[in-house]
Design a binder for this molecule. Structure first.
Ligand code: 13P
Length: 241
């Protein structure tokens, strides 16, 4: 039996938005009011400078905020980097680590592991991303590739979230079959146990969210493009609740 975990609907804004976007939670709440969101957790991960202002607006509406990356160390001579501790201080509850767009520019499993440790140290919940390339999927290696990423990037901590994001499904409008999502999430479940939420990410839209979120062991979604419009983010969140 799969344990019932509160679904997490997480928006990854990537490199989009300006400071006026700190007000977006008001729009989101208008589309999907707080009273109807009891059995669901909503999270927005904006670019760094938006975090504190977004947190001020989102907090009272019971919408959490998170970051898209952090450094593994607490402080030091690391120009351009941000510590997990500072993110927590700025209002973050979560931080995405190991997104494929960062892995593509050189982030290793060991880096991802160390960032997840840092998040845990700062009382942030890391959302650890894994996922195969199209080549790996077509070679029949998807589950093996993800198992290897899990083994190397998930540290021995209690509280974390896994996001399964097939690289070829990100921003392409393509998604795996529901059977393929089910098989992958089942394999991840076996590795992480019953208490960890496993999100699916990659071209989640209002039109496919219900189907994807109904797949066993899918405990929420990590959403890119469709999270930039509050109406579509609300529609996806409603499908989860
Ligand atoms: P899209 O929803 O735009 O495919 O992006 C998915 C993603 O990368 C979320 O982290």
């Amino acid at each position: 039996m799969t344990k019932k975990l509160i679904p997490l609907i997480a928006a990854n804004w990537k490199m989009h938005g300006d400071m006026s976007w700190a007000q977006k939670p008001v729009e989101l709440d208008a589309a999907f009011p707080i009273a109807e969101r009891e059995h669901l957790e909503l999270l927005i991960c904006p670019p760094f400078p938006l975090l504190p202002a977004l947190h001020v607006v989102a907090g009272p509406l019971n919408i959490r905020v998170g970051a898209q990356n952090c450094h593994s160390e607490i402080k030091g001579a690391h120009t351009g980097e941000v510590s997990a501790e500072l993110l927590a201080d700025a209002g973050a509850d979560y931080v995405i680590v190991g997104h494929s767009e960062r892995r593509a520019s050189g982030e290793t499993d060991q880096n991802v592991h160390d960032k997840a440790v840092a998040a845990n140290r700062a009382d942030l919940i890391p959302i650890i991303c894994v996922g195969e390339s199209l080549e790996q999927r077509e070679a029949g290696d998807a589950i093996k590739v993800v198992a290897d990423q899990l083994n190397k990037s998930v540290p021995d901590i209690e509280d974390y979230v896994i996001a399964y994001e097939p690289i070829w499904a990100i921003g392409t409008g393509k998604i795996p079959t529901m059977d393929d999502i089910s098989d992958m999430h089942h394999a991840i479940r076996k590795r992480v146990g019953q208490d960890i939420r496993i999100l699916y990410g990659g071209s989640v839209k209002p039109g496919n969210a219900s189907e994807i979120l109904a797949v066993p062991n899918v405990n929420g979604a990590l959403i890119g493009g469709a999270s930039l419009e509050m109406d579509s983010l609300a529609a996806i969140a409603k499908a989860a609740s």
